[in-house]
Design a protein around this ligand. Structure first.
Ligand code: GAR
Length: 209
C-alpha cells in the first residue's frame, strides 16, 4: 500500500472521509500520518480517535519563512516514508521548490468546479456569479493556488435559495465521495501527470470502482 500523509488546518471532514475509505482492505493506500500546521485543528482529535498517527508542525512561528516550515515538514514526511500527500483544508501555500519535489504526488481538493472560483469564499463566488452548477475538484498541486491538472470533479445543482452554508454542505458530500476515489486512482498509478494535463488510465475500471 502507498503511504499517504494528510495535511490539515481545521475541521478535517475530508481527512475523515479519506481515513474511512483507507480502512477498506482493498484500498491501495494507507494513511500513515495526519499533520496539522495548527495545534487547534479540530481534525487532529478525529484522526487520533481513528488510531492514526498525528503530528503538529506549527507554521505560525516561521512567519514568512516558508522554506523553514517546509524543511521541518519534509523531515517528518521522510521519517515516515511518505509517498503521497493529500491536502485537506490545508490553508498554507507552498514554495515552488516544495511543490516541485512532490510533483505528481500531491493532491488538493477545492469546493468549486475549477478553474472557476479559486481562492477564498468559493461558495459565495459561485452564488454571486449565478452559476446553476457547482461542485468540487480534486487536482494535482502546482505552485499557483487552486490550479493544477484536474484528477476528478463532482457537480451539484445550485438552488435559487442556496446560501454559502447550504451550498457548501451539499458540495461537502461530493468532496467526501470524490477525494477517496481520486486517491485510489493515484495510488494505483491509474492517473499520471503529463505536462499540464492529468491522464487517466483504465478509466472504465475507475468508473466501476
Ligand atoms: C473543504 O471544503 C475543502 O474543499 C476546502 O476547505 C474545506 C475544508 O474542510 N478547501 C479549500 O478551500 C482549499 N482552497 P474539511 O477540513 O472539513 O475537509
Amino acid at each position: 500500500k502507498r503511504r499517504v500523509a494528510i495535511l490539515i488546518s481545521g475541521r478535517g471532514s475530508n481527512m475523515a472521509a479519506l481515513i474511512r475509505a483507507a480502512k477498506q482492505s482493498d484500498f491501495p493506500a494507507e494513511i500513515a500520518v495526519v499533520i496539522s500546521n495548527r495545534a487547534d485543528a479540530a481534525g487532529l482529535q478525529k484522526a487520533a480517535e481513528s488510531g492514526i498517527a498525528v503530528e503538529v508542525i506549527e507554521s505560525k512561528p516561521f512567519g514568512k519563512d516558508r522554506a523553514g516550515f517546509e524543511a521541518k515538514l519534509q523531515a517528518a514526511l521522510d521519517a515516515r516514508g511518505i509517498e503521497i500527500i493529500c491536502l485537506a483544508g490545508f490553508m498554507r501555500l507552498f514554495t515552488a521548490e516544495f511543490v516541485q519535489h512532490w510533483y505528481g504526488r500531491m493532491l488538493n481538493i477545492h469546493p468549486s468546479l475549477l478553474p472557476s472560483f479559486p481562492g477564498l469564499d468559493p461558495h459565495g463566488q459561485a452564488l454571486r456569479a449565478g452559476v446553476k452548477l457547482s461542485g468540487a475538484t480534486v487536482h494535482f498541486v502546482i505552485p499557483e493556488i487552486d490550479a493544477g491538472p484536474i484528477v476528478m470533479q463532482g457537480a451539484v445543482v445550485v438552488r435559487d435559495d442556496d446560501t454559502p452554508d447550504t451550498l457548501s454542505q451539499r458540495i461537502l458530500g461530493v468532496e467526501h465521495r470524490i477525494y477517496p476515489e481520486a486517491l485510489k486512482l493515484l495510488a494505483r498509478d491509474q492517473v499520471r501527470l503529463e505536462g499540464d494535463l492529468c491522464r487517466t488510465l483504465a478509466t472504465e475500471q475507475a468508473e466501476q470502482a
